[in-house]
Design a protein around this ligand. Structure first.
Ligand code: PEP
Ligand code: MN
Length: 351
């Protein structure tokens, strides 16, 4: 059930376990927030570059066990190799997650999966650092293939080299939305902490995730965020988490209104008809492209003519603007259509 319909399922806790006191005090504060069900804490930290804090290691595992004994919270942590899986199972960790850097590596994912054969434990899979839906799905499928029944996905944004990005990891929302479209039964959790890299942006990202019907949120929480040993800029206090959760507003997507439903149904039918017309037009266009391809082959000229592309794009963008449509939309659509056409012609010419 999505957050649009009920209060969110929240996973919260520090980026890294630092000390027994830090772990326990965070957990004791978080258990007072009813929406928080699962306590997170990194034990092994995959750092992009060496030299920063790489996690407290297995001495932190008894602290997680203590969280379970002293609070109502269940625990989760990141595993990146088979030996991590073996260690965490000794301390009754309830849920595991595979980190973004690990998801990007099928060898590592498979190693974890092999260690999980015959183990009944929920696993959450963070998206890979690069925007690659297939890689994300692949890791999920590997877990399913070794019999993990309870798999969910965490969206934490993608690495970017853009210097003007507001976010540490760029949230290309259509990728998790597409994952959810393909695998509707899979719970989808948003990690606003790693997307933002900045605690000031966490609240707006939580609201965005609610609006997009994510099923839960994972947030990094620390008693004194500025002093955290890792990801200090993005962690929030338990008090801020409580405030963020209380201020979330829920969409009315699921409110029943028969008249509204009927009206929408009519519009959707019209859209379906128009979309079919668009597809028919694309098919007709492609037929002509094929004819041109044959002709180009006969005369012996190249499939791609940059001048034609340039002229066509300018014209379509202008036409779209005149019609009150977005110039970006026209530009992107026609670039794609043209690229597909050129591919088709190259196919014809090599035949
Ligand atoms: C984390 O959750 O602390 C973490 C390392 O996240 P990611 O794998 O998304 O970078
Ligand atoms: Mn972190």
């Amino acid at each position: 059930m999505s957050m649009g319909e009920k209060s969110p399922f929240i996973i919260a806790g520090p980026c890294s376990a630092e000390s027994r006191e830090q772990v326990l005090s965070t957990a004791l504060a978080l258990e007072k927030i009813p929406e928080v069900h699962l306590f997170r804490s990194g034990i092994w930290k995959p750092r992009t570059r060496p030299g920063s804090f790489e996690g407290i290691g297995p001495i932190g595992l008894p602290w997680l066990k203590e969280v379970k004994e002293k609070t109502r919270l269940k625990t989760c942590t990141e595993v990146a190799r088979a030996s991590h899986v073996e260690e965490v199972l000794k301390y009754d960790v309830d849920v595991l997650w595979i980190g973004a850097r690990t998801t990007a590596n099928p060898f590592s994912v498979q190693e974890i999966c092999d260690a999980l054969k015959g183990v009944d434990i929920p696993v959450m899979v963070k998206n890979p650092t690069n925007p690659d839906l297939a890689l994300w799905l692949g890791a999920i499928e590997r877990l399913e293939m070794v019999g993990i029944k309870n798999v969910s996905a965490i969206f934490r944004g993608f690495s970017t080299y853009e210097t003007d990005s507001r976010f540490r990891n760029k949230p290309i929302w259509r990728i998790p939305v597409e994952l959810k479209r393909r695998r509707q039964e899979l719970p989808l959790i948003c990690d606003p902490s790693h997307i933002s890299g900045n605690r000031k942006l966490v609240s707006e990202l939580c609201q965005k995730a609610v609006n997009l019907n994510f099923d839960g949120l994972m947030m990094e929480v620390h008693p004194t965020p500025e002093q955290a040993w890792s990801d200090a800029a993005q962690q929030i206090t338990p008090e801020s988490l409580s405030e963020i959760v209380n201020n979330l507003t829920y969409s009315k997507e699921h409110i029943k209104n028969v008249q509204f439903d009927n009206e929408i149904e009519k519009w959707r039918n019209s859209i379906d008809i128009i979309d079919k017309e668009i597809l028919d037009a694309l098919a007709a266009r492609m037929k002509i492209v094929e004819k041109i391809g044959l002709e180009k082959k006969r005369i012996g000229i190249t499939a791609l003519q940059l001048q034609r592309l340039d002229q066509m794009l300018k014209e379509r963008v202008y036409q779209a603007k005149e019609m009150g449509l977005s110039e970006d939309l026209a530009h992107d659509i026609y670039n794609l259509i043209h690229e597909t056409s050129v591919k088709k012609q190259i196919e014809i010419m090599n035949h």
